[in-house]
Design a protein around this ligand. Structure first.
Ligand SMILES: Cc1cc2nc3c(=O)[nH]c(=O)nc-3n(C[C@H](O)[C@H](O)[C@H](O)COP(=O)(O)OP(=O)(O)OC[C@H]3O[C@@H](n4cnc5c(N)ncnc54)[C@H](O)[C@@H]3O)c2cc1C
Length: 325
């Protein structure tokens, strides 16, 4: 039975979080990607490399969660008349990345087709009696829950920081299907304008480099060197909750339990103590470098490399060294 996977695109490529979702989807059956872009804009070679056999290119005007969910609902086989039961463990499934968009669209889809949705899964496998055995993150990843999703169509999102993106062993050809979804005005009532692309075109959730700033930065103006460093490294700025509470930076840049989970190759944490709620958002970073005046700050114990020093001195020196290269 086909596994549908909502694929988010970023700067013309498949978003890293969606590559992870495709990897999880592949373990459940043949994968059909659903992308909200014209066929000509699809990164077909990348989709093929991740084992996608079909792509549904849905015509869309920006991001409208309910409209996207309806478009996917119309692709689910048998809906709305009946769900094919299929043999045990071979029921249809719809996956998405556990991003804001992925979770939102699948929650709408669950409401439309009247089925439960399991968010932030790190593993999924057919259960012996049908349905899916899942492991999923709770409490921002501090706990892992074993669950069985017993539904005629499994709806799930893949945790953005816990499933590795792995290309398929034997990629095959990809068939592209152009889809025009019939929508009512109500489906488009909520529509998001695209945010201007951040430096390097990457979002916080998928950036390869994140320069993080905490209370130690000291003020809104203090973020200028962090912005400069992020742009030199092709990354974006992320912040702690103190920084958003102080109004120095917007909540969209917050890393952590109540912010965004990041999975960069490098997280440079400047003036951030490393509270557990912050670590919940950056534990998926491949490498952490911390700059802090306090050698005993918890972030120092988490870091691969640590600089004990004042970030107002260390960052300008780092920027100068990078510029010199
Ligand atoms: C329910 C709940 C949810 C939360 N969710 C989040 C979340 O999503 N994300 C999040 O970040 N927090 C979250 N928090 C808040 C969290 O507990 C911490 O309060 C917060 O992360 C601390 O931010 P900070 O590290 O910037 O500040 P602090 O803890 O005050 O640390 C500042 C650090 O900067 C260092 N420093 C000071 N001056 C300098 C300097 N000149 N150079 C270098 N280092 C310097 C200090 O030594 C210190 O280690 C949450 C809390 C709760 C209760």
């Amino acid at each position: 039975m086909t596994v549908f996977c909502l694929v988010e695109l970023e700067s013309g490529a498949v978003a890293d979080a969606s590559l992870r979702a495709l990897t999880l989807a592949r373990g459940l059956g043949p994968v059909a990607a659903v992308a909200f872009a014209p066929p000509a804009d699809l990164p077909v070679a990348e989709l093929a490399a991740y084992g996608v056999s079909d792509v549904y290119a849905v015509a869309a005007d920006g991001y409208a969660p309910r409209a996207w969910a309806w478009a996917i609902a119309n692709l689910v086989p048998g809906w709305p008349d009946a769900f094919p039961e299929g043999p045990a463990g071979r029921r249809p499934a719809v996956l998405a990345a556990g991003t804001d968009r992925g979770n939102e669209v699948l929650a709408h889809l669950g409401a439309i087709i009247g089925l439960p949705m399991a968010a932030n899964c790190v593993a999924a496998a057919p259960a012996p009696g049908g349905g899916l055995e899942l492991v999923r993150q709770r409490w921002a990843g501090l706990l892992l829950e074993d669950a069985v999703l017993d539904a005629p169509v499994a709806l799930l999102t893949a945790a953005t920081d816990a499933v590795a993106a792995v290309p398929a062993d034997a990629p095959g050809p990809v068939m592209v299907h152009a889809v025009k979804s019939e929508l009512s005005p109500a489906d488009l009532m909520m529509r998001a304008e695209e945010a201007p692309a951040a430096a390097g075109g990457a979002s916080l959730a998928t950036a390869r480099v994140v320069v993080g700033g905490g209370r130690g930065v000291g003020s809104a103006d203090g973020f200028a060197p962090l912005e400069e460093l992020a742009s030199l490294l092709g990354g974006v700025v992320g912040v702690s909750r103190v920084v958003t509470s102080e109004g120095w930076r917007p909540h969209t840049q917050q890393v952590g339990q109540t912010g965004t989970k990041i999975t960069p190759d490098l997280y440079l944490a400047c003036g951030i103590s490393g509270a557990i709620q912050h670590i919940a958002g950056c534990a998926g970073a491949k490498h952490i470098v911390a700059i802090n005046t306090d050698a005993s700050a918890p972030m120092m114990a988490r870091a691969d490399y640590a600089v004990i020093g004042d970030l107002h001195q260390v960052l300008p020196a780092l920027i100068e060294a990078l510029r010199a290269r």
